[in-house]
Design a protein. Structure first.
Length: 654
């Protein structure tokens, strides 16, 4: 990525030097009667290096990084007024999330920072870019514009008499942390208010949320703009060939800051045709013709902007925002608007560790790293902050059934996350109360590593019927906790027998069920009840010796959004003779009535035909095709849905 160094901003006094660096425009003095009010609005405030976002973003009125006042700077600000603008000539590219971090770091000066800390990674725009760049693998071209009007600074030597007394008191209250405290409190436990997370850790987190992690002592004020457009990998490679000296005019509809004077020597690409518009006309007789061509060029460029509008985004920080009619927006209009609406566009930050007592400095470092791991967006935290329905819809469900052994495998590019193989032994010898073996069992499909892609149950017995379902994911950090209990896990307490599944601390059940089958009964008499989604436990009470029981489910972090709105529905019928379908809601209204996860299985009373099928994610119906028409089948269907009022569901025929 090609970016002008932030050091350029620190030599504003030597203004003429900018004329030879990064194509800066001519400098000149500006007579502005500027009070300290606008500067002291920002200088002396705390700044959160994680939640801050100093880059242009239209959805943020102010940089969310600015926190409570640490030093009152109203009467102690010095400033230099100079007017310097940079209009980028070359295209930058944004290939991954590290490029966003790099762009952000060009807008700040900061003292030593732990390399494990990822600045701006907890901000809303960073998270949005993370989803586009790291998950959706998008690429962007970037055009930048920047104007600096003032440089304002505060002398830290004056801080003793102007420091916020509440800030001093809050620092004194901060506890000393131990490594043992940090090791016993994971981010999942912290988010679930686990007792292992001491009040000491919480005190530091509250301190950062109130005052930030740094203090702003000087800043450059002006305006910035980012104009981004989604581009292909092929275009990225083309830009790299030019060693990032790729003229912005090669992508004319990227630069929406345009005016007539900018169209001299402009090349416009429309499809496979290229029209060169040269402003140096030697033949005066062709003036009218060339003027018409120039006007046509403007019109075509406007059309290109309209054509690519969905992929083009203009973000402004400082100056005035404009409506969607970009063709009426010129660079000069925006530049002049910065006078009345200038904001800090380059910050000098100093760590709050400067104010911390020596015995607490190590605690500050540990707490800041925990703060980063807790809120900073990376693969894991991005995943943990998602809506559970979005996470589930990205996976692949694989099913299978067999008479005997069964092997299930994830498709290429996916790994196993959770699943099960249901086993039924139809042997006559198991149909007595004296039999110690169960007719029904669960074989769990758990993730054993980043290359684990299959689940298998191998047997040589002839009377075994198997049904299987596994859930596969693209990323190895998506790990669901698989739990199960068979008949050999019965607990007796106070004369009562029970068995249960319990998620680990911080997790909650997202899919699960309990089964019961009396030893004298056939499989079509199987009783199934779903577990309650959102609970951390699923139990069977009052277990009897004349029946076989089992439990299975998987748990997910409770930080997922929308967990409380989901429930698992089980629909079954043992008289099915034709293809059927199941639904979450009897009256379909919108996408919230869709199925998010599920599978269906069937068998006939002789077990000649056994079948399992996945339910299509985010669909209105789950379909099941029976192997042979007019033959009677048992069909069972598990549907993970939005809350539907707990009404009893029935199949409908296709």
């Amino acid at each position: 990525m090609m970016i002008c160094s932030d050091y350029l901003f620190n030599i504003l006094i030597v203004c003429y030097m900018f004329m030879n660096i990064c194509s800066f425009s001519i400098c000149h003095d500006i007579k502005i009667e500027e009070t300290n009010e606008i500067f002291s609005k920002y200088l002396g405030k705390g700044y959160d290096i994680l939640f801050g976002y100093p880059l242009p973003n239209n959805e943020l009125i102010d940089d969310p990084g600015f926190k409570d006042i640490i030093i009152d700077t109203q009467l102690s600000v010095d400033h230099i007024s100079n007017y310097i603008c940079k209009k980028e000539e070359y295209v930058d590219v944004i290939e991954d999330i590290n490029d966003i971090g790099y762009l952000g770091m060009q807008t700040i000066n900061i003292d030593d920072l732990d390399k494990r800390i990822k600045p701006f990674s907890a901000s809303m725009p960073y998270k949005s870019y993370f989803g586009d760049l790291e998950i959706k693998k998008k690429k962007y071209a970037l055009a930048q514009n920047m104007c600096v009007l003032n440089y304002a600074t505060y002398d830290l030597k004056e801080s003793g008499k102007n420091i916020n007394k509440d800030f001093v008191l809050d620092i004194e209250k901060l506890p000393i942390l131990t490594k043992n405290q940090m090791n016993t409190c994971t981010k999942v436990l912290y988010m679930s208010n686990n007792l292992n997370c001491s009040e000491g850790i919480k005190s530091w987190m509250k301190f950062f949320q109130k005052y930030g992690t740094h203090v702003v002592l000087s800043a450059h004020f002006g305006g910035m703009s980012f104009n981004t457009m989604e581009i292909t990998k092929r275009k990225i490679e083309e830009i790299k060939i030019y060693k990032y000296k790729y003229s912005i005019w090669n992508i004319p509809y990227l630069n929406v800051f345009k005016s007539g004077s900018l169209y001299q020597d402009l090349s416009i690409n429309v499809g496979d045709q290229k029209e060169n518009k040269n402003n140096n006309i030697n033949n005066n007789n062709n003036n009218n013709t060339d003027e018409k061509k120039k006007n046509d060029a403007y019109i075509k460029n406007d059309l290109l902007i309209e054509q690519h509008r969905d992929n083009i985004n203009l973000e402004i920080r400082g100056g005035n925002n404009f409506d969607e009619k970009w063709k009426n927006l010129t660079y000069l209009v925006w530049k002049n608007s910065i006078y009345s609406n200038m904001v800090p566009i380059h910050l000098d930050l100093y760590s709050l560790n400067t104010f911390i007592l020596i015995e607490k400095k190590e605690s500050y470092d540990m707490a800041l790293l925990f703060y980063n791991n807790l809120y900073g967006i990376d693969n894991e935290n991005f995943y943990l902050s998602q809506d559970i329905t979005d996470v589930l819809s990205e996976g692949k469900q694989i099913t299978g059934s067999s008479k005997g052994s069964l092997i299930l495998s994830c498709p290429v590019g996916y790994i196993k996350s959770t699943g099960l193989i249901f086993i039924y032994d139809s042997s006559e010898k198991l149909k007595t109360n004296k039999s110690k073996e169960s007719k029904i069992k669960i074989y769990p499909c758990t993730n054993k590593g980043q290359y684990d892609i299959a689940c298998s149950y191998i047997t040589k017995k002839k009377n075994i019927i198997t049904f299987g379902w596994i859930y596969c994911v693209k990323h190895n950090f998506i790990k669901f906790e698989t739990l199960y209990q068979n008949n050999d896990n019965v607990i007796t307490k106070d004369g009562k027998t029970s068995m249960s599944l319990t998620c680990t601390e911080g997790n909650t059940i997202a899919f699960g069920f309990k089964m019961k089958l009396e030893k004298f009964e056939k499989l079509e008499k199987l009783r199934i009840k779903p577990c309650t989604i959102g609970n951390d436990q699923c139990s069977i009470n009052n277990i009897k010796r004349n029946s076989d029981y089992l439990l299975w489910g998987f748990c997910v972090p409770s930080s997922f959004r929308s967990l409380s709105s989901l429930q698992l529905t089980y629909i079954h019928d043992d008289t099915i003779q034709n293809d059927i379908r199941g639904a979450c809601s009897d009256v379909y209204i919108n996408k919230y009535d869709n199925i998010f996860l599920g599978f269906t299985f069937s068998f006939d009373n002789t077990f000649e035909e056994v079948k399992t099928e996945p339910c299509a994610s985010q669909s209105r119906y789950c379909f099941h095709k029976i192997p042979k028409k007019k033959k009677i089948y048992y069909v069972g269907m598990f549907l993970l849905c939005r809350f539907d009022g707990n009404t009893n569901k029935k199949f409908t025929y296709k």
